[in-house]
Design a protein around this ligand. Structure first.
Ligand code: UD1
Ligand code: UDP
Length: 352
């Protein structure tokens, strides 16, 4: 079996890493990097730390508008898929690389598997929501991490090819947690004490492109009575400069960190403030309280369990959510425990 994975953005390197390894154990794995993310600390470091093989093909697309970026990916992916004729094309999550991978493949009559299928925010203003909906309606195999994801697909008439499958990010996290503790010196480097700081990440277009939301979030971080460490996504770095946003003295802005440093920072945080999908899940799995600076989340079960609070982007609402957080007594098992990638490889085998 020949399986071509399309990746391009930071969270996709993480989601793909266990599956690409599992495919490579008995089958031919072809890894295609669109180049959507390209800075060393947004791309190369993840390949090194996650033991991902170097991409077989690097398309080098880079940043541009949605149409130009997605269009360039379609044009560049097509000859690669024609040359390699994989049995499966696997796409991950909800980025423009996901959409381009799925669309190129179906136009060539290739089978598509979507990892992290069925997630919905029900907010069509989010570029990711469009990417997910389209990818889910193109895919032959829909790998859903929750019952809610399966129900979302059913409500849209998608039932065939829908399977429950543990989230591959848990597997990546389980593999990295002990390594991060042993190898990462990030706490010493930043002079942080365990449970002595809040970790923040913000990068959603809705929070960075409209400067008001970003200003309100940054004001909230500055109003917290404790140190805040904030690894800044390049989109956000530019938005902070454009908005003339200067965070309070308790907030330390740092460049994006590699996965091991990030897992260490998450594990030792007292609380996490984020608008990231992946970071909400990791906070939950690590048992770290999470305040999400969005109006909705795809990962609703984390909110229902009490481990994640949706605070929106009002400054006082964020400060209150951080101050009032009460750690629940129990934590359910969400999005599947254990190994997911081996089970996915088996499904891919069975379906051809
Ligand atoms: C993308 C995904 C988003 C995902 C995020 C993960 C889409 C529509 N969005 O958002 O779903 O949560 O990745 O991080 O696919 N930039 C750099 N260096 C890089 C990469 C980006 O400087 O290596 C800057 C560029 O100015 C670029 C901007 O970041 O214009 C945005 O990058 P882009 O890949 O378009 O979207 P993300 O915000 O990263
Ligand atoms: N991450 C990282 N370094 C950082 C910020 C995030 O390694 O500086 C990891 C994080 O642990 C998670 C993933 O990147 O595994 C989340 O990606 P991101 O927040 O960019 O995108 P999203 O999950 O929102 O699509």
């Amino acid at each position: 079996m020949k399986v071509l994975s399309v990746v391009g953005a930071r969270p996709q390197f993480i989601k793909a890493s266990p599956l690409v390894r599992a495919i490579g154990r008995g089958h031919r794995s072809i890894l295609v990097h669109t180049g959507q993310h390209y800075d060393a600390n947004m791309s190369d470091i993840f390949f090194e730390e996650l033991g991902l093989p170097a991409p077989d093909v690097h398309l080098g697309i880079g940043s541009s508008s949605h149409g130009a970026q997605t269009g360039a990916m379609l044009a560049a992916l097509e000859p690669v898929m024609i040359d390699t004729r994989p049995d499966w094309v696997v796409v991950y999550g909800d980025t423009n690389s996901t959409l381009a991978g799925a669309l190129t493949a179906v136009k060539l009559g290739l089978r598509v598997a979507h990892v992290e299928a069925g997630l919905r925010s029900f907010n069509r203003a989010m570029p990711e929501e469009i990417n997910r909906v389209v990818a889910d309606h193109l895919a032959d195999l829909l790998l859903c991490p929750s019952g809610a994801a399966i129900a979302n697909l059913k409500a849209e008439g998608r039932v065939r090819g829908v399977h429950r499958s543990a989230d591959t990010m848990i597997e990546a996290l389980a593999d990295a947690a002990a390594r991060a503790r042993a190898a990462s010196a990030v706490l010493d480097r930043l002079a942080l004490a365990e449970r002595g700081y809040v970790l923040a990440t913000v990068h959603r277009a809705e929070n960075t492109d409209g400067h008001d939301r970003l200003r309100r979030i940054v004001a909230a971080l500055g109003a917290l009575q404790e140190p805040v460490v904030f690894p800044v996504h390049p989109r956000t770095r530019r938005a902070l400069a454009d908005a003339g946003c200067v965070p309070g003295p308790n907030v330390t802005l740092i460049d994006p960190v590699g996965y091991l440093d990030m897992v260490r920072l998450e594990s030792a945080a007292r609380l996490i403030v984020t608008d990231s999908g992946g970071v909400q899940k990791e906070a939950f799995w690590l048992g770290i309280p999470c305040v999400t600076v969005r109006d909705e989340t795809e990962w609703t079960e984390t909110v229902e369990s009490g481990w994640n609070v949706l605070a929106g982007t009002d400054t006082q609402a964020i400060v209150d959510a951080v101050g009032r957080f009460r750690v629940p007594a129990t934590r359910p098992s969400l999005y599947g425990e254990g190994r997911s990638s081996q089970a996915i490889v088996q499904l891919l085998e069975e379906m051809i």
